[in-house]
Every structure is written in structure tokens, then in C-alpha cells.
Design a protein around this ligand. Sequence first.
Ligand SMILES: Nc1ncnc2c1ncn2[C@@H]1O[C@H](COP(=O)(O)OP(=O)(O)O)[C@@H](O)[C@H]1O
Ligand SMILES: [Mg+2]
Length: 658
Amino acid sequence: MSETANELVFNDRIDTDTQISSAEAMVLLGRSFALLRHVKGLFAGKFLFALVGILPPLLIPWTGKIVVDQVLLQKPFGESEVRFPPFMDPLIAILEGNTPLAIMGTILTIYAVLLVLFGVRAGGAVTSGLTQGHDSATQSELALSAGSSQSSGIFGVIELMINIRLTQRLANTLRTELFRKLARLPMTTLDDNRIGDSVYRIMYDTPLVPEICFNLSIAPLFAVLGAMISLYLMQYSYGPVAPELVWIAAGLIPLALILTVPLSGFSRRLNQASRASGAATTNTMEESLENISAVQSLGGSRHERERFARDSDQSFKRFRFSFLFGQAMFVVSMFCTVVAGIYVAILVSDLIIGGTMTPGDYAVLFGLYLQLGGTALGIGMYWINLQTNVAAVRRVFFFIDYPSETPGDIHSRLTVQDTIRLDHVSYHYPDGRQALTDIDLEFRVGELTAIVGPTGAGKTSLAYLLPAFLRPSEGRILFDGIDIADVGVDAIRDQVAYVFQEHMLLSESIRSNLLLANPTASENDLRWAIDTAGAGQFVDSLPQGIDTVMGRRGDKLSVGQKQRICIARGLVRDTPVLVLDEPTAALDPETENALVTSLQKAAAGKLVIVIAHRLSTIKRADRIVFLDNGRVRAIGSHETLMADTDGPYRRYVELQTG
Ligand SMILES: Nc1ncnc2c1ncn2[C@@H]1O[C@H](COP(=O)(O)OP(=O)(O)O)[C@@H](O)[C@H]1O
Ligand SMILES: [Mg+2]
């Protein structure tokens, strides 16, 4: 594989080890199979229909024999040494002694009934299903609503509907679960997680899981059952006359397995690569579009276009390769079946000439061989096709298993009525970077605390500890004396509202963005929050006021306006703890002044923490925590800290004011 190809496979930064051993493949298959517990009823329905569906193909070859021997050649029943299977006895009892015309009439009636019920099908030649486009993503989209029936006609349609319903329900269960997990990834994982990859997993990988359930359960079971019945019938009728026929037929299935199984590992790797490059394409698309302004302004459009074209082309190429491989396998197995078929034809002709068989036996044997050959091929191909699914399933279960945040019980009695205490807390990021060292502090309800320090000091990291976006590497965090280490994130976040340094707005109306924080907020609550955040004037000036839609990530607003909406959203939350990360950076002095005044007012009954740069904001805080290089260097009011003429805070302030 070329350099670029390797780079594509490992494009993902979390899910990097993409090899699947056969043992892992078996485990994945087992887990997929277990998912059927979600759809027991539908599965039972599908099972019954599939069971009944194997019967007509068994009947038809024998009626064919009657048409040739008794209708066309007008021989009496029981002339050749070949026995009819027992299930034909009632029909033969009815037909025996009738004129050829009457026999033909009865058989045609049977055919007509079968045609309406099961459609045109004998021996595995026709499978009703949807035609598929040939790249991994398209196939997955189709798989999402896929169903198939070995029958057609009325029976087949019902079976197909049950099957589609079943596939969709499984896919829905699974992709909801996957979405929930992806949405619950810890913040440090999200830093490495690419949206394009997640989209690919949810949209294109999950739909292949339900298919596995069939390829593992009903399909092979009925294939084997059908084959065993055919073999038994062959043995019953032809075993005494021409045992070789039975041996050849029995050899077809092992032959197909011998041909296909050893290649399954290769097929799995091909598919894995094909999916990885599909996800890489989605990543490229997502990252370029997400940062489209940067890409355009930096003159990178051409470069990005080329990168996309390359990734996209690579993903199609890999698909073609794995598709071709599947087809090659099909051709090889088909070839073996045909060779066996020719040999059987010669053998049967000899037996007919010798008088042991009648021409009608051609009809039976070809019917049975066609079915067996189809089954053998099918079983061999299941295994190969299963590898596509295994590659997709691995990608789904990877994130289902990934450690994510535990939501916990939101009704647990966690409160912040008095204090939040950081007890000798240290934090280092997963890559080993030490962001905080031995932080020992108390925040009190009724106080406005400012966290101050140079860029990279660890201010944001410290603030992230409070809503449990990050969990301490060492030390404890106590809410009203209770260690929150084992408390679920929902209960913690129920106490803490966090306004991010970057503005994160949904491309919806201002109202929906605010209601996201608190769905039960009244019109008055919204108004109060907007006014307090200093956004009242500009919101009113918008064409649809609070119902104005803000464009992608709120990009139709100025930075300062977005910031104010984010602050308003934090206020709407109405939690005991409010944390604002540099909220005043993009505000004009007047708005800033008004905001700090409101925050001071809010702080009367709350615990408010503001990360701030501007002296005007910092000065008015009840307490200042000065951070540098991950450590607390000083704590106190502006006046006390300034009094220390050699202190780090004073030096910082003097540097700021020049
Ligand atoms: N996700 C991350 N992974 C690794 N290191 C990080 C991550 N986020 C921040 N850091 C590092 O942690 C240190 C503190 O960062 P931060 O808390 O954002 O500082 P501040 O908010 O004071 O500017 C910095 O050295 C930064 O590079
Ligand atoms: Mg920061």
C-alpha cells in the first residue's frame, strides 16, 4: 500500500488500531447477533416466513419430472427405479390413472397457486431485493432499509415488509445508542474526535449491523436446512441408483467453504480500508467546510479541493477493489458448480440411456443441483460478505465501548449552597501536559471571584473542573463538602452553568438557543437574561427580534453580539454556580460595566466565577485568584494584592497597564 493510502487508513486520531483478527471478528459477530433480542417478534415472523419459503423449491423439480415422464412421454407412474419422495405420495395418488391432459391441468393449477403465493422462483435463482449503488456509503444507506425474501408473490412481499421493518428497528436502536455515546465523549476525547468520522459511523456503519444478524442467523440456517433436505431427497430417490450423484452434491458446500474461508481475512482488510477512506473523505469535507473562511482567506481553496478529490478518489478506488474481489470469488465458485453440473449431465444421460432413469429425472436433478449449487455459493459468499459488515461493526462497537461520561442520577441531592472546595487538585491532560498543580482553594456562594493570569496559565482548565468537563488527576473537588468524583455529570452540570470562551451557538433562533439552557424558562426569564447580558438593544433591532435565526454557529452576528447571547444563555440556566470564561473580552467598556454590575448582583445568591483579562472587570471582583503556570500564585482582593509591591499580581497588572 502506498504512503498516502496508509495515511488515509490512520486518518482517525482515536480509533487508530484498525486490524481485526479472526477471533475479534467472531466476538463482533456474536455481539451483533445478540442485538436480535431487541426485535424478537419481528424476527420470529421473518423466521416463519423463511421456513415456509423453502418448501416450494423442493416441490417443483418433482412436478417437472411428472410433466416430462407422465405428460410428454406418457409413461405410467413407477416405471423407473427412481422413487418419488414420500411428500409426493398424496399428489401421485390423485394423479395416478388420470389422462395426461388431466395431469397437466392439475399441475398447472398447482403452479398457478404457487405463482400467486410465492412468485416465479425455483431453486435460489431469484432474490427480490433492492439494486445497490457501488460505494460503501451508498450501500450502507440502502442497507438501512434493506430486506430480502427468498420468495416473491404475496408471500414474498409480506416477508420483505417484515424484514425491512426489522432492519430499520435494529439500525435505529443501534444508531441512537451510538449517537448518545458520541455525544457523551469526554471533552479531552472530543478534542481528537472528528465530526466527519462520527457522521460516517452513525450514518454508514450502523446500517450494516442488522444485515449481519441475518447473514449469521436465518440465511445460513435456511441455506443449510434447504441443502440437507435436498441432499436427503437425492439420497432417498437416487442413492440406490446412482450414489455418485449424491456425493458430488454433498461435496459442493465444503468446496465452496474451502475456496472462500481462507480469503476472509484479506477481504476484511480490504473492507476496513475502504471504510476508513470513506470516513477520511467525510472528515476532509467537514473540516474544510467548518473552517471555510480560513481556507478561503488563506488561498487554500485549491489545495482543499485537491485534497478532497484525492481522498474521494481513493475511497472509490478501494471500494472498486473490494467489490472486484467479491466478484472474483463468485466467479470461481460458479465455475466449480458448472463443472460439477456438466459431469452430472453426462452421468445422468448414461443412466437414462441404460434405462435406470427416465428423462424426467433431468428435471428433478437439475432443480436440486441448481438449489444446492446456489446454496453452496451462498454459504461461501456469506462468509466473504460478512467481512464487509465486520469492518463496519467494529467501527460502531468501538465507540459504543469507548469510555464515556456517566450521566448519573440527575435527582441526586448534590447542591452548592455554601462552597466549592478544590482540595489539592492537580490536572494533566491525556497527552501528559501538566495544566494545574496542587490547587487548593475555596469558592463561596455570594462571592464574585475573578481568575486572572497570563495566557496558558491554566485558567480555562481550572474552570473546566467545576462542571466536570475535566476530572482531577489528583486531589478532590467538594460541593458543600461532598466529593463529586463519583457523582454523574448530569447532577454536577445541573448545578453549574458554563459560558465558553469560544461562542457556541446553534444555527437556530436566539430563542431556541436560550431555551436549550433551560426549556422551562418563561418569556420574562428570557427577557431578563437578554437585558442583563446587555443584548436587549440589539436583539430588539433585529428583524424578527428574539426569533431571528442566527446562521451557522451564529455567524450572522458580530463577535460581541454572539458573546452576549452566550452570556444570556448562561444566565437563563439559573444554576447556583455560574462560570464565565473571558466574557468581557469582546464587549465595549459600557456593556462590560453593565454586565459586571449584573454579575455582582447575581453573585448575591450565587457562586460566580469570571475569568478575566480586563482590569476594570477584575477590580470589582470580591476575590482574585492569580494563576501562573498551573499554580495559584496569590489570592485576595485587588487592593490587598496590589499592596504586595513585589507580588506577581502587581507585576501582571503593571505590565497590562504599561
Ligand atoms: N486539550 C488539551 N490537551 C493538552 N493540553 C492542553 C489542552 N488544553 C489546554 N492544554 C494546555 O494546558 C495549559 C493551560 O491551558 P488553558 O487552561 O487553556 O490556559 P488559559 O485558559 O489560562 O489560557 C496550556 O499549556 C495548554 O496548552
Ligand atoms: Mg482560556
